[in-house]
Write a protein that binds this ligand. Structure first.
Ligand code: NDP
Length: 264
């Protein structure tokens, strides 16, 4: 029918971590546009409030809970509040994360622990909080925003790379264990995405190299054969596909979204 709205996630409930900015914000809006009610979480309440209003303006339900995903008590509270507020949860997007770099010589232990906490242990806590619901209802979608650093190693990002390789291991192990319950678990592995996190990386590299913003951005773009940064909406489009019923045959996978930089 000509006027029928395509809403493949109509009736579904989604939770997105790190939804305040960048990729997470784009995923939350994309899932809502596709018909889902969306619970959002991050540490900054003001970012979440704006997002909730935007989702509600689409006619969907939305709830926000501030939470530091590295804190297991806060994660349990967030999961309970969002899942009961939305009347359940069908789709979990583990997006919250952070990047940090340092050469390995004199690598600060603090950076190592911080990267593992935000990029790996947080995903363990969040999955632990939602998986019992998914098992009980015998369905669920878990989508984790990993990184191309989950697939290859590079200089100066030992802790980030180790954490992102780890989250891929967790994805695969969970995919195998949750298979009998009709739960799929997948990871998206983007190259450089144009987000506030990348803006921060650019500032850091400017400081370390003395190069201009334009030069650093050009260097990052050249890491992709397509000579460009990925847009957050491209990551959101893939998350939307993995959230739908039609993707039920895909589990335990890591899908690269990097303009063809890594072909495996
Ligand atoms: P941004 O820094 O732009 O946004 C990150 C979001 O996560 C914010 O909303 C932030 O909100 C939230 N967040 C950060 N730390 C915590 C925490 N401890 N608890 C709860 N929420 C937190 O990042 P991006 O959008 O760029 O990245 C999103 C994900 O994509 C990350 O996992 C990142 O590693 C991955 N990725 C990013 C790439 C890129 O080039 N940008 C490339 C490949 C992967 P607040 O600070 O308010 O908590």
């Amino acid at each position: 029918m000509a006027n029928e709205v395509y809403a493949p996630l109509q009736g579904k409930r989604a939770v997105v971590t790190g939804a305040g900015r960048g990729i997470g914000r784009s995923i939350a809006l994309t899932l809502a546009r596709a018909g889902a009610d969306v619970g959002v979480t991050a540490r900054t309440a003001a970012d979440l409030d704006t997002l909730v209003h935007e989702i509600e303006a689409m006619g969907r339900r939305s709830l926000a809970v501030t939470c530091d995903v590295t804190n297991p008590e806060q994660v349990r509270h967030m999961a309970e509040t969002l899942a009961s507020g939305l009347g359940g949860c069908d789709i979990l997007v583990n997006n919250a994360g952070n990047a940090g770099s340092h050469k390995f010589l004199d690598h600060p232990d603090e950076l190592w622990h911080r990267m593992l906490a935000i990029n790996l242990t947080s995903v363990y806590y969040v999955c632990k909080a939602f998986v019992p619901r998914f098992i009980a209802q015998k369905s669920g979608r878990i989508i984790t925003i990993a990184s191309i650093a989950s697939r290859i190693g590079d200089r100066y990002i030992a802790a980030y790379t180790a954490s992102k390789h780890g989250v891929l291991g967790l994805t695969r192990a969970l995919a195998a264990e949750l298979l009998p319950y009709n739960i799929t678990v997948n990871a998206i592995c983007p190259g450089y995405v144009d987000t506030p996190m990348t803006d921060g990386n650019v500032q850091n590299m400017m400081r370390l190299t003395g190069k201009t913003e334009q030069e650093i951005r050009a260097t990052l773009a050249k890491m992709s054969p397509q000579q460009r940064l990925i847009e957050p909406d491209e990551v959101a489009g893939l998350a939307l596909y993995l959230a739908q019923d039609i993707s039920k045959g895909i589990t335990g996978q890591a899908i690269n979204l990097d303009g063809g930089a890594v072909m495996s």
